[in-house]
Design a protein around this ligand. Structure first.
Ligand code: NAP
Ligand code: MG
Length: 390
């Protein structure tokens, strides 16, 4: 008797080695056990090219409609890829397109396996990073000034009325200037997505900024975040979730001493830097999952790594590969688990957790042999071992 998933899951196929793994996971771990209506979109590079990237937009709209999606890694084409696949153009990153349609925030969560102890000894629970993915230096404008002169910021209201001006610096010689911005709407969406995710994951929320130095810009983030937490207070309290605001340097020091288990909300640049630190601290890219959450609670799950191109070329030559499928399996179990929670079907949730436990057990066992040949489990053998233990 297969386990029945009540509502559909949006499935987005992808490219290269992860596409190979995708099919194995679906056929060996998911479909033999669950009956699920998968709304399939092929985001492989050829189909995106053939549909002028329309398929990516359709997939994002489907996530909006059904609430839960799972995505395989995809090629973001550069000039070399345009040549390799004979593409019409360098299509935009599918993740960027989906993120902007869902107005989502990306959360990265490491998978903890016993035989890969974190580099930081205190860490026992995953540290989830929520990165605000709009504005600041990622949408800045910059200027090198060649000599003495005056730099100012001028704001001209669209509605008319007087402009506002602040002096940036009175240059006595050459130097450099940067202008950056953010919007209330985007910061609110970010705060809301963090609260949604913390509620789903039962994680405490930390947020750090540098409001002692940047009283207006960073202070603006602090105040909006606090305001959204205040609005959500009843549900946060009911779930036993706390909120801590800290200076960013204090947050960094506290993180290194903590056991983990929190959602660390980060401004854009902090999230960029700290997610790489946390990923390296926990072990490997193959053990890092990524979840996109919209402010109204739509979820898209994927592995944080790319299509593992080098392994794909080995695979195509018929050589054995040892691509780590754990993060991709966890993308599937994340989506199944979330679907089950939303649908109120505990058997679906517990099946998802069962696959995860089975993966972790298999990884633990694989480690014993890993000392002899440096790469023990081959791509398909690993998935077969998980399937056998289900
Ligand atoms: P990548 O696919 O993440 O792989 C980089 C290297 O990291 C691999 O060559 C491999 O190292 C190691 N690695 C990553 N995941 C692994 C896994 N599951 N198991 C074992 N080793 C793993 O990044 P990339 O090579 O820079 O990018 C390849 C393509 O992926 C690009 O076209 C890029 O646009 C795309 N990409 C997509 C996403 C996404 O869809 N979310 C994200 C990033 C990149 P070794 O070669 O040393 O074994
Ligand atoms: Mg980075």
């Amino acid at each position: 008797m297969p386990i029945v998933v009540k509502n559909p899951i949006v499935e987005m196929d992808g490219d290269e080695m992860t596409r190979v793994i995708w099919k194995m996971i679906k056929e060996k771990l998911i479909l033999p056990h669950v009956s699920v209506d998968l709304k399939y979109f092929d985001l492989g590079i050829r189909e995106r090219d053939a549909t002028d990237d329309g398929v990516t937009v359709e997939a994002a709209e489907a996530i909006k409609q059904f609430g839960v999606g799972v995505k395989c890694a995809t090629i973001t084409p550069n000039a070399a890829r345009v040549k390799e696949y004979g593409l019409k153009k360098q299509w935009a990153s599918p993740n960027g397109t989906i993120r902007s349609i869902l107005d989502g925030t990306v959360f990265r969560k490491p998978i903890i396996v016993r035989n890969i102890p974190p580099a930081v000894r205190a860490w026992k629970q995953p540290i989830i990073i929520g990165r605000h993915a709009y504005g600041d230096i990622y949408k800045n404008c910059e200027m090198v000034v060649k000599g003495p002169g005056r730099a100012e910021i001028v704001f001209t209201p669209t509605a008319g009325g007087a402009s506002e001006t602040v002096a940036v610096h009175e240059f006595k010689g050459p130097g450099v200037i940067m202008g950056m911005h953010n919007t209330e709407k985007s910061i609110r969406s970010f705060a809301k997505a963090c609260i949604q995710y913390a509620l789903a994951e039962r994680a405490h929320i930390w947020f750090g900024a540098k409001d002692t130095i940047s009283k207006l810009y960073h202070g603006y983030f602090r105040d909006i975040f606090a305001d959204e937490v205040e609005r959500a207070r009843p549900s946060l309290e009911q779930a036993g979730i706390s909120y801590r605001y800290m200076l960013i340097d204090d947050a960094v020091a506290q993180i290194m001493k903590s056991e983990g288990g929190m959602l660390w909300a980060c401004m854009n640049y902090d999230g960029d830097v700290m997610s790489d630190m946390v990923a390296a601290g926990f072990g490997s890219l193959g053990l890092m999952t990524s979840v996109l959450v919209s402010p109204d609670g739509k979820y898209e799950f994927e592995a944080a790594h790319g299509t593992v191109m080098r392994h794909y070329y080995e695979h195509r030559k018929g050589n054995p590969t040892s691509t780590n499928s754990v993060a991709t399996i966890f993308a599937w179990t994340g989506a199944l688990g979330r679907r089950g929670e939303l649908d109120g079907t505990p058997d679906v949730v517990s099946f998802a957790r069962k696959i995860e436990q089975s993966v972790i057990r298999t990884k633990d066992l694989a480690a014993i042999a890993e000392h002899k040949p440096p790469k023990y489990a081959l791509t398909e053998e690993f998935i077969d071992a998980v399937a056998a233990s289900l």
